[in-house]
Design a protein around this ligand. Structure first.
Ligand code: ADP
Ligand code: MG
Length: 212
């Protein structure tokens, strides 16, 4: 499977819609052990990403990711601006000049994003952050594409991402705002791990739509 620039743009627009649909859920989760701003931050950012992508004529997928990353870097508060924003810019630089994407490009995208998030935020698996969703996804996807095509590999990796997201419920936060709660952070899903899963799930749904 090869994803065209036009399809890639639609994938990003669909992610914006998925975030918008889940704003209240993200707000509730962040209110439990954070400050409740994650839903609003993500909504504001992804609405603006949608506007800018719709206004852009670019056929360069890397450029699209850079546009999205810059919006989050420049306009969004909380941990999300630098983490997601920096991650998207890094992924965009890695894919610059590409107007179609194969399964290796998609690995490059998510691996670059994860690397940026980990180097900036210093989180490891088990710290109760978005890394708990993204790292299992990247590891599983990287293994799966050796034998499987893009959609099947993505589906398999999404299962690992979901397990990772769910694993954040029963652990103590070791990084970010919720880490101040120590033991009390247990019993609640991490909101960043959840928004990362929503993004991956939306990406997968868009891929399956392209197949039909
Ligand atoms: P803030 O905590 O500043 O209010 P948000 O509510 O937008 O920011 O995002 C909180 C999420 O950010 C957390 O649930 C966690 O997944 C993620 N996060 C926070 N700090 C880090 C970090 N250092 N590395 C990776 N992810 C982090
Ligand atoms: Mg918050």
């Amino acid at each position: 499977m090869i994803i065209s620039a036009a399809d890639f743009k639609n994938i990003l627009l669909n992610i914006s819609d998925a975030i918008e649909k889940n704003v209240n859920y993200l707000t509730e989760l962040d209110a439990e052990i954070g400050d409740g701003d994650h839903g609003a931050n993500m909504e504001k950012g992804f609405k603006k990403i949608k506007q800018q992508l719709l206004a852009s004529e670019t056929q360069d997928g890397g450029e699209m990711l850079i546009i999205a990353g810059k919006v989050l870097l420049n306009e969004i508060g909380g941990a999300m601006g630098p983490l997601y924003g920096g991650g998207l810019v890094k992924a965009g630089v890695a894919l610059k000049g590409k107007s179609s994407f194969n399964k290796n490009d998609i690995l490059n995208l998510f691996a670059s994003m994860l690397e940026s998030i980990k180097s900036l935020g210093g989180a490891k698996i088990g710290d109760k952050t978005m890394v708990d969703t993204l790292e299992p996804f990247v590891t599983e996807y990287g293994k799966a594409i050796v034998e499987l095509e893009l959609p099947e590999a993505f589906e398999k990796a999404l299962i690992s991402a979901k397990k990772g997201m769910l694993s954040t419920k029963d652990i103590i936060s070791r990084i970010g705002r919720s880490s101040r709660l120590l033991e009390r952070s247990k019993g609640h899903l991490d909101v960043g791990a959840t928004s990362s899963y929503i993004i991956l799930e939306s990406f997968y749904k868009s891929i399956t739509l392209l197949l039909n």
